[in-house]
Design a protein around this ligand. Structure first.
Ligand SMILES: Cc1cc2nc3c(=O)[nH]c(=O)nc-3n(C[C@H](O)[C@H](O)[C@H](O)COP(=O)(O)O)c2cc1C
Length: 171
């Protein structure tokens, strides 16, 4: 799939085939997450590869609309290490991790996986529970989860171009 089609055809996928995702494919997802743009090239991200069924099940119960995690063969937890984070303002780690998450989503699409972005940060309750399950220290901020697997079905690409959202040279 060419780069533009990967972006334009991406949709969230929440139902997966019972088919494992290889370590090579996971490696590419992590590489995409690590190659994302970040403020001052700070690269604050760290990742937990979520494959343990019991722990995934526990995470799936944190929020009712995270149930897809139970059947996802793998998910990637994106986190920010804020120790010594050098970009100012400090909150740029949010954009950094969002860009990392998006790169993982696109790498999933490029490898014919289905994926969905699950929002964690800044919900303190979700972050606390995820911290407990994966034994994550305080200076590491759980940010998002990308749930992944080979798609059981696919959604049609978006088609609408919202001209009213585009302004030329002046608002
Ligand atoms: C910050 C953020 C949090 C999200 N959280 C969830 C979630 O908890 N559960 C879920 O099923 N989808 C979640 N999504 C996916 C959105 O629902 C989805 O991207 C949106 O409906 C647009 O659909 P599309 O991805 O197919 O274009 C989240 C997306 C973002 C960017």
């Amino acid at each position: 799939m060419d780069g533009l089609s990967t972006i334009l055809e991406r949709r969230s996928c929440r139902v997966y085939q019972d088919k494992p995702v290889s370590e090579d494919v996971i490696h590419n997802l992590l590489k995409a997450g690590m190659y994302a743009p970040s403020a001052m090239n700070s690269q604050p991200w760290e990742f937990v590869v979520m494959q343990d069924a019991e722990k995934k099940e526990a995470v799936s119960q944190i929020v009712s609309y995270w149930s897809m995690l139970k059947k996802a063969p793998v998910a990637i937890l994106v986190m920010a290490n804020i120790n010594g984070y050098r970009a100012k303002p400090d909150e740029f780690f949010v954009q950094d991790c969002a860009s990392s998450t998006t790169c993982i989503l696109l790498a999933a699409q490029a490898q014919e996986l289905g994926a969905v972005y699950l929002g964690l940060y800044p919900h303190e309750d979700r972050m606390k529970k995820v911290r407990e399950i994966y034994n994550i220290p305080e200076h590491i901020m759980p940010f998002s989860i990308v749930s992944l697997g080979y798609p059981e079905s696919t959604s049609n690409p978006h088609t609408t171009f919202h001209t009213h959202k585009v302004h030329k040279d002046e608002y």
